[in-house]
Design a binder for this molecule. Structure first.
Ligand code: BG6
Length: 298
């Protein structure tokens, strides 16, 4: 859909559409609570900045805004599998919906001044490695908090399994100086140590590459950032895994869409259902995974 049609169809004083590059469309939201931007590709939030605050979400300055390539940063949606595909390693990591355009279905202003956007994935526009009849939608609320509700509806006659993540990149002052609270004593799979199962001792600190899937936890997490004098509170539901990822120095150097020092500025804390927390969605039923981010001052 071209920009003029989008601006005519979704007339809302708080939203505006623009293109980055050729036809890579972004929805910009500006309301009394926050500024935010969302790509139609992947229904991917790439910024959220509460009024008067520093940005909460990190997106790489060298990210690609090209159809079919994932944007490095923001909130990529990983679905219907998280990480590598379980059986076919020729398939892309983290599923296929993050690199395809979604349909914007509605834009609405709430009485409290927040803006609600509803996106749906269009399974009919391509051939995807997924043959179960399903509906995938995400409701995104831009306000004092950033809320996202990812819903998987099974319209098939058979149950199916999914793994999934809202793979959020947070902006931090210096990753070496932040801690993550909320996962103390949880078990995790350590991807940088051959997926060994381990137990978290105390709060998480980051001083080397970290790539972990914390299992069986619906706990709230708090990123405590003394440098920015703030806490990012992450509250979730419908999710039993939390993924924590920082590529650290060496891996970052190998990535063309990150600058060498960027790993210090970002941290992924992902709301997920991964590994043994895969979700079975029964025929005719729906599953919703949601998360809300809020800022608190020290
Ligand atoms: C994390 C994974 O969720 O995403 C990591 O645990 C992976 O293993 C990272 O490297 C980034 O993935 P991608 O495909 O966006 O480069």
């Amino acid at each position: 859909m071209d920009l003029q049609t989008l601006n005519e169809q979704f007339t809302n004083e708080n939203v505006n559409f623009s293109n980055r590059g050729d036809d890579f469309t972004i929805v910009d939201i500006h309301n009394e609570h926050a500024d935010a931007s969302i790509c139609l590709q992947g229904a991917q939030v790439i910024s959220w900045t509460p009024a008067g605050e520093m940005p909460v979400i990190w997106t790489s300055d060298t990210a690609y805004y090209q159809h079919g390539k994932s944007v490095r940063g923001g909130v990529p949606i990983c679905w219907p599998w998280f990480g590598a595909h379980a059986k076919d390693d020729t398939l892309p990591a983290h599923g296929f919906v993050r690199t395809q355009n979604w349909n914007l279905q509605s834009v609405q202003s709430l009485q409290d001044g927040s803006t609600v956007l509803m996106f749906g994935f269009d399974f009919s526009t391509g051939t995807y490695p997924w043959d179960s009849r399903s509906e995938l939608t995400i409701k995104i609320i831009i306000g004092k908090r950033l809320e996202m509700y990812l819903q998987t509806q099974n319209n098939d006659e058979q149950a199916f399994n999914i793994t999934e993540a809202l793979h959020t990149y947070f902006r931090v002052s210096d990753v070496r100086q932040v801690t993550i609270a909320g996962l103390e004593d949880c078990r995790y799979l350590d991807k940088v140590d051959a997926f060994k199962e381990k137990k978290q001792n105390g709060k998480i600190t980051i001083n080397s590459e970290v790539d972990r899937v914390y299992l069986d936890t619906s706990n709230e997490c708090i990123i405590e950032d003394s440098g920015l004098q703030r806490k990012i509170v992450i509250a979730k539901s419908g999710s039993l895994s939390t993924v924590v990822w920082n590529p650290w120095e060496q891996k970052t150097r190998l990535m063309k869409d990150m600058e060498p020092q960027d790993y210090l500025d970002m941290l992924c804390v992902e709301t997920a259902n991964a590994a043994t927390n895969a979700i079975t969605v029964n025929a005719g039923e729906a599953h919703t995974m949601s998360v809300a981010y809020a800022l608190e001052r020290f």
